[in-house]
Design a protein. Structure first.
Length: 182
């Protein structure tokens, strides 16, 4: 798994596990679950400018991640419950440009039925710790809508601190940062 940026598959955790989750690439077969996610008002309430339909949102998400997988720019990992085998959401490390600076972002999104169980924290810790152990990054950010209190709480549980606020893709966000300890 010790790949370098630009190598296809870089930054992915496919085939790894945390206590309750298995990690794999997003697959075309995931589309129905993600359409339901994008159709849920709670899932869309913090982000403006997303594609208008659940189908278009899924196609954009899937297409972006396929390109990231191919170009070695990280990507989101599907989160699979080890107990049920059901898709729970996604988490991963992706390359993002924020205020003219290229950053490695730790991102996460869970389906409504998977929220409130600590799975976002578990998945994000697994991704963060793997990125640090593999030497992929010493600094990670999370770009979080300023009103998204649940995601802000996850970032804080990871030891991330608010570094700045800015506008990202038309949305007011906080940029939370984690620096590896020397």
């Amino acid at each position: 798994m010790n790949l370098t940026p630009g190598t296809p598959g870089f930054g992915l955790l496919a085939g790894t596990r945390s206590p309750r989750l298995a990690y794999r690439r997003l697959q075309a077969e995931d589309s129905m679950a993600w359409r339901a996610f994008f159709n849920d008002p709670e899932s869309r309430k913090y982000w403006q400018g997303a594609p208008a339909t659940p189908e278009a949102s899924w196609q954009a998400l899937y297409g972006r991640n396929l390109e990231r997988y191919r170009s070695g720019l990280g990507g989101m990992n599907a989160l699979i419950c080890l107990k049920t085998g059901q898709l729970q959401g996604m988490c991963g490390i992706t390359r993002q440009e924020v205020d003219g600076r290229m950053e490695w972002e730790l991102g996460y999104a869970l389906f409504p039925e998977a929220r409130g169980k600590g799975l976002a924290t578990e998945a994000a810790l697994h991704c963060r710790d793997t990125a640090l152990q593999q030497g992929w990054a010493t600094r990670l950010i999370s770009i979080i809508a300023v009103e998204n209190t649940p995601s802000i709480q996850v970032a804080r549980r990871l030891g991330m601190q608010l570094e700045t606020q800015t506008i990202f893709k038309g949305n007011p966000v906080g940029v939370f940062c984690y620096h590896a300890k020397a």
